[in-house]
Design a protein around this ligand. Structure first.
Ligand SMILES: Nc1ncnc2c1ncn2[C@@H]1O[C@H](COP(=O)(O)OP(=O)(O)OP(=O)(O)O)[C@@H](O)[C@H]1O
Length: 309
């Protein structure tokens, strides 16, 4: 099993601390979402992991060794960093054949990955004529070419249509289920919530979280209940007596912060208060993420009122 081990990693560009002492391990057998606001240090970390950049201090190893030490890198890590990397003059098939040849991979892998990424019918077209989504698929095909135990994908849904997004989601889940290590950076929270089992979150170069998806959402969101009753006055009294505060919204639903449905249900049952609806609010990854990273956003939008001043 091949993990990615980041140890005390630092990278500075002049006075910018792009990565500021990060230690974490990306484990096999699950999809790890790599999140963080713009400039958080995700790309720098991935580039160092792939030997494209040197760390200022610390190290990243893959399967216990630096990536640069790999004799057949495509057999170790499949990476998608920049979908524009393939030469536009070559056909998709030729691009993959060149990669296979230079990495000593069987040419049969080219047909296999073209099929796996749905590019068979356009295999003989020049890459220059490809849409962004097709280039993205070609980048994934190149990443899969060496049948590697580790996949590192930077914004893989970029340019993909809804069908393509579902395809890449299923593919990542399948690769993890096969026991591979899958690290995927994304700015799409709903997509990450559907795909990742585990999260590593950076902010201003520092590690903000390294935890399971479920624990992350539970830890960084507050509990909230939605309910509906035929007797709002009694509800208000009941909540006040329990030290809780609720407020009605426009459509007759009440929101109660800091409470669970089980707690409110028991209170209402004890007092014989009729409830027409009672639901725990499902906090979203986006909500939890924004809460965690609020103070770590390098380029935060100015509040609307402050704009133009
Ligand atoms: N080659 C470079 N020269 C100077 N500064 C750089 C360089 N590469 C990155 N940086 C800076 O390092 C910091 C981290 O950038 P990085 O690209 O790693 O962040 P990121 O999390 O990948 O961001 P994004 O989500 O915007 O891709 C930023 O402040 C960025 O401006």
């Amino acid at each position: 099993m091949t993990s990615i081990d980041v140890r005390e990693l630092r990278k500075t560009y002049g006075s910018v601390r792009a990565v500021d002492g990060v230690t974490c391990t990306v484990e096999p057998g699950r999809v790890t979402g790599f999140l963080g606001p713009n400039g958080a240090g995700k790309s720098s970390t991935m580039r160092i992991a792939l030997g494209l950049d040197r760390p200022t201090a610390g190290r990243v190893t893959i399967g216990g060794r630096p990536y640069r030490a790999a004799t057949r890198p495509l057999r170790l890590v499949g990476a998608l960093l920049d979908a524009g990397a393939a030469s536009g003059a070559r056909t998709a098939q030729d691009h993959l054949r060149c990669l296979a040849y230079s990495n000593d991979l069987p040419l049969g892998r080219v047909a296999a990955v073209l099929a796996e990424t749905g590019l068979e019918t356009v295999a003989r077209r020049r890459v220059g004529t490809f849409s962004l989504g097709m280039r993205q698929r070609l980048g994934v095909a190149a990443a899969l070419l060496g049948d590697p135990p580790v996949l590192m994908l930077d914004e893989p849904t970029n340019g993909l249509d809804p069908e393509g997004i579902i395809w890449i989601r299923d593919l990542m889940r399948q690769l993890a289920a096969e026991g591979r290590t899958v690290l995927v950076s994304s700015h799409l929270m709903s997509e990450t919530a559907r795909t990742a089992d585990h999260l590593i979150v950076l902010g201003r170069g520092r590690l903000l979280a390294d935890t399971s998806m479920a624990a992350f959402i539970a830890e960084h969101s507050s509990s909230r209940v939605w309910l509906r009753t035929t007797e709002p006055e009694r509800l208000r009294d009941l909540l006040t007596a329990a030290g809780l505060a609720g407020s009605p919204n426009g459509d007759g639903r009440w929101q109660v912060d800091g409470a669970s449905a089980a707690q409110i249900g028991a209170l209402a049952a004890a007092q014989g208060l009729p409830l027409l609806e009672l639901t725990d609010d499902q906090a979203s990854l986006e909500e939890a993420y924004l809460k965690l990273t609020a103070s770590a956003t390098e380029y935060a939008s100015a509040p609307a009122a402050a704009k133009g001043t």
